[in-house]
Design a protein around this ligand. Structure first.
Ligand SMILES: Nc1ncnc2c1ncn2[C@@H]1O[C@H](COP(=O)(O)OP(=O)(O)OP(=O)(O)O)[C@@H](O)[C@H]1O
Ligand SMILES: [Mg+2]
Length: 400
């Protein structure tokens, strides 16, 4: 049996609207080794939000039944449509000495102080750059003599109740959440290349219940957002439009769905009452296209509303289960008027290299990456301490 402490095997969970994934892995010499994994249909969520805690707890327990390893602590994604994100600048006086780990730590601690907001939990505080004596900006300020050291951070808060509900569902399965990581952040980490992050790119994870948006510019995370619409809305439209059961609507979407091309061809579906129904490709297209158009246009408008995303986004990278509809890349590139591609995670494990597993792979990457921009913890108690601990690890790994 594997032992977490001895071989540093870890566990991540992706809690999605349609599926829950549990994966046990370790990273040895930079290589991912997947020990075990299990995924199940999730129950009790709607639009990426927990609605029924008993059902979510049961889904978690069912998922872990197939795992031999005893799971105690995990890293999990968290989706809060009503999150809050804000950039923050804070400064300390260091009196003309050389910047060392201690000063960096103090500057970050100052930044974390006064970050507590009522009924919200800070889950990520990402240093964007350091400002030395008010003018010069550095990503690595070590060894510089200065009077004032400032740090710019990008901060993400979620509503405390969202975290408490998630913690409670896992507690019912005797599992403790060690880190909760914003879903859009995790998916973007799995999908964007370093070059895309530098030139300015937005990753859009089109899931079952929501679209998760994350923009990088000049190599750092600048923006996240959510739209509470996803592939399930497309399925629901087909169900209503064709007056057929949901399972059949999902099947038709996957087999015959297409967003760009339309033709007069017919296809036949067998109904549960033994009858047949003839559907034209045109009719199906007329149901699917407007919903995808709506979702993408809402995202485009959100990107237009923010200065950085308005001018800084050169590439659109689509991922998530619902990104697999044929014709989407061309369609999306016209809506965004940007170079657009479909991204699936690139690992040595073929079963993971699918758009719906981007969040999972992002969670693995973020936990193992040495770059501070990809770490950061959240635990409801003693938040600042945990953020500081992550920060210390980053300083040690990055600069020492
Ligand atoms: N080939 C396909 N064409 C169109 N849609 C697809 C295809 N394959 C899967 N989907 C859709 O993808 C969605 C599931 O995606 P995913 O697994 O990323 O969602 P999730 O992680 O469970 O949910 P979320 O992240 O939104 O909470 C479903 O709506 C499903 O119908
Ligand atoms: Mg998902």
């Amino acid at each position: 049996m594997l032992d977490f402490k001895n071989n540093k095997s870890r566990c991540i969970f992706d809690i999605g609207t349609n599926k829950i994934v549990c994966l046990i892995y370790d990273i040895t010499k930079g290589n991912l080794n997947v020990h075990e994994w299990s995924h199940k249909q999730s129950l009790g969520l709607n639009r990426s939000k927990i609605l029924n805690m008993d059902k979510v707890s049961k889904s978690i327990i069912d998922t872990t039944k197939e795992i031999k390893k005893k799971i105690d602590k995990i890293n999990v994604n968290i989706t809060d449509i009503d999150f809050l994100s804000k950039k923050k600048y804070s400064e300390i006086n260091i009196g003309g000495i050389k910047i060392s780990k201690k000063e960096i730590r103090r500057s970050f601690k100052k930044s974390l102080q006064n970050s507590n907001l009522s009924q919200k939990n800070l889950i990520h505080s990402i240093p964007l750059n350091f400002i030395v004596d008010g003018t010069q900006s550095y990503s690595d300020p070590f060894g510089i003599f200065c009077n004032n050291l400032g740090v710019n951070t990008f901060n993400i808060w979620i509503n405390t109740v969202i975290l408490k509900n998630l913690e409670s569902c896992f507690r019912n399965a005797n599992i403790l959440i060690e880190n909760s990581i914003d879903t859009s952040f995790a998916s973007a980490e799995a999908c964007l290349t370093e070059q895309e992050k530098i030139i300015g790119s937005t990753c859009i994870d089109l899931g079952a219940g929501s679209a998760k948006i994350a923009t990088y510019f000049k190599g750092v995370l600048e923006y996240i957002n959510y739209v509470p619409l996803g592939g399930n809305d497309v399925t629901n439209d087909i169900q209503r439009g064709l007056e057929i059961p949901k399972d059949l609507a999902e099947y038709i979407k996957i087999i015959h769905g297409n967003i760009e091309y339309t033709n007069e061809k017919n296809f036949k579906i067998n109904l549960t009452n033994g009858k047949e129904k003839i559907i034209t490709q045109n009719f199906l297209h007329g149901i699917i296209k407007p919903r995808y158009e709506e979702i993408l246009e809402i995202i485009r408008d959100k990107l237009q509303d923010n200065l950085v995303t308005k001018i800084g986004v050169n590439n659109i990278v689509l991922t998530g289960g619902a990104s697999q509809i044929p014709g989407l890349i061309n369609f999306a590139s016209k809506i965004f008027n940007r170079k657009t591609r479909l991204s699936r995670p690139q690992t040595e494990f073929n079963f993971l290299n699918k758009p719906e597993f981007s969040t999972c792979v992002g969670l693995i990457k973020m936990k193992s990456d040495l770059d501070l921009k990809k770490i950061i913890k959240s635990v409801s108690n003693n938040k600042v301490f945990n953020l500081m601990e992550s920060f210390d690890n980053w300083v040690k790994e990055s600069f020492m």
